[in-house]
Ligand binder design. Structure first.
Ligand code: SAH
Ligand code: SF4
Ligand code: F3S
Length: 477
């Protein structure tokens, strides 16, 4: 008998990958996915604990499920992910309608847990964390691709203990997957239509070190050799361990996209020290310079935390100064949030909300100029774009900047991404030889005509539609 599973995925790409694993593992039990909450026999909430707001979002969604459970008592409600790991049994007393709390290491056990709940209607808490993960903890069920681009978790956990961060406590110790397993999973994905993979780890640069596997750059080289795969991305690389070999990979591996997310967090050495980031701004700036030397077109993005305990006005200005000096292609900025598990929650010098908000706004305003400037610099250039599919929504931004209004009224709006991870929208006139459904997963050449704050507008060039893949890399060795 088929049953329906609904998963609400919050948080980072790791959770997106995990939710895919949950679907794969539940399929043999007869569960098929549904978008509709009301249709579901099993609802899984895959949560994030990175900031207080993320946690609140999880609890407010769970709160809404109480009514549903009242109407449908046989419904199974499970909470997984980082909030589940952090809160464990406490959730059971707080939310009596929740059947299951499962931690970040419990996904392989999920099918047997659900079978037990179905048979006995017991309530289960499984937040056991293994000190190291075995290869079988990473294996997935049959993969069904729905997108051109897929995430692949290559390592779990984190051993860095930045003082603000909850991840080492909720994801456990760092463990890497064997390279053969990663490669075979990607081959399988490619056979099902995936063209781009993003390799995931909290600090990919320490991939395999504990286990004595190959290094991350060696893993990248193996993946680069997979036929049919067009693009490789990864996230995140901790600045302290960004190795010369990894930097060099940007010049050597044809499929490695010219983009690196290199979170700096702060431009003040004193703050970085209290964050336990274990690099200083001088080292960071040197690494960025080296990357740009190796791969001049590389896009560099970052994360910034504002309002870390004890952050003075001078510390904050140093952050703004660093942002200006680096000239990032994009930035994610966050207001510091106390995480009860993390040591910074007990640091002195907490800032008031108004100051934190002001600082966040200042960072965002400072970055806006750079993002738009960098986008504008691409106008008039030809870009290779991997087509994701039809544009999901014609955003407000488009309405403001009018590219759609300027564009011919016939045709369908598509979107894709450049190697530097910029979104490009374009129109395609449906015709016999380039049917619309054919474009997804293709690499097309687009002439960039207009720059908007968060995306570009392009026009298909008369060059034949095809995939560029191998040999297209301007810096290929
Ligand atoms: N492992 C990655 C980061 C993962 S968390 C790395 O080290 O680069 C993603 C981002 O969330 C972090 O880079 C940081 O900017 C932000 N973040 C983490 N903990 C936070 C907290 N307590 N308050 C605010 N932002 C936080
Ligand atoms: Fe958190 Fe630091 Fe680990 Fe990143 S490296 S997950 S910020 S502890
Ligand atoms: Fe959130 Fe957990 Fe990812 S805390 S950011 S879902 S690792």
């Amino acid at each position: 008998m088929t049953k329906k599973i609904h998963i609400n995925t919050m948080g980072c790409q790791m959770n997106v990958y995990d939710s895919g694993q949950i679907l794969n593992r539940m399929a043999p039990l007869g569960y098929t996915p549904t978008e509709e909450l009301a249709e579901a026999d099993l609802i899984i909430v895959n949560t994030c604990a990175i900031r207080a707001k993320a946690e609140q979002k999880a609890f407010s969604f769970l709160g809404r499920l109480a009514t549903l459970k009242g109407l449908k008592p046989e419904l199974i409600i499970g909470i997984g992910g980082c909030v589940a790991q952090q809160e464990g049994r406490k959730i059971m007393s707080r939310m009596p309608y929740v059947d299951l709390v499962f931690g970040t290491h419990a996904i392989p056990r999920l099918p047997s847990i659900i079978e037990r709940i179905t048979a006995t209607r017991c309530r289960i808490v499984d937040v056991k964390q293994a000190p190291t993960l075995a290869p079988e903890d990473f294996t997935t069920g049959p993969f069904t691709a729905t997108d051109v681009s897929a995430f692949v978790t290559i390592m779990r956990g984190c051993d860095n203990y930045c003082t603000y961060c909850v991840v080492p406590y909720v994801r456990g110790r760092e463990s890497s997957r064997p390279p053969e397993q990663v490669v075979s999973e990607i081959r399988h994905m490619v056979a099902h239509g995936v063209r781009e993979v993003t390799l995931l780890g909290q600090n990919v640069n320490s991939y395999g070190q504990k286990e004595g596997l190959c290094t991350f750059d060696q893993l990248l080289a193996m993946i680069d050799g997979i036929d049919g795969l067009e693009r490789i991305r990864f996230t995140t690389s901790h600045p302290k361990d960004l190795s010369p070999a990894l930097m060099q990979a940007f010049a050597q591996l044809p499929k490695l996209c010219p983009h690196i997310h290199l979170p700096v967090q702060s431009g003040s050495d004193a703050t970085l020290k209290r964050m336990n980031r274990r690099y200083d701004t001088r080292h960071y700036i040197e690494k960025v310079a080296r990357l740009r030397q190796i791969r001049p077109d590389i896009a560099i993005t970052s994360d910034i935390i504002v309002g870390f305990p004890g952050e003075t006005q001078a510390d904050f200005e140093a952050t703004l100064q660093l942002i200006r000096q680096i000239g990032y292609d994009g930035l994610f900025a966050f207001i510091y949030s106390d995480r009860p598990n993390a040591p910074a929650a007990r640091f002195d010098g907490k800032l008031d909300e108004a100051t934190k908000k002001e600082r966040l706004q200042a960072v965002l305003t400072c970055q806006e100029t750079f993002t738009l400037q960098k986008n504008k610099a691409l106008v008039g250039s030809a870009q290779q774009v991997l087509v994701d599919g039809l544009s999901k929504h014609v955003s407000n931004e488009n309405e403001m900047d009018e590219p759609v209004l300027d564009a011919p009224s016939t045709g369908v709006q598509w979107s894709g991404r450049t190697g530097t991870n910029r979104i490009v929208h374009f129109l395609n006139e449906p015709s016999a030889d380039s049917g619309n459904e054919m474009l997804t997963g293709r690499i097309l050449e687009l002439m960039i005509e207009k720059a908007m704050p968060h995306s570009l507008w392009g026009r298909l060039t008369p060059h034949p539609i095809g995939s560029s893949g191998k040999g297209a890399h301007p810096y290929a060795a």
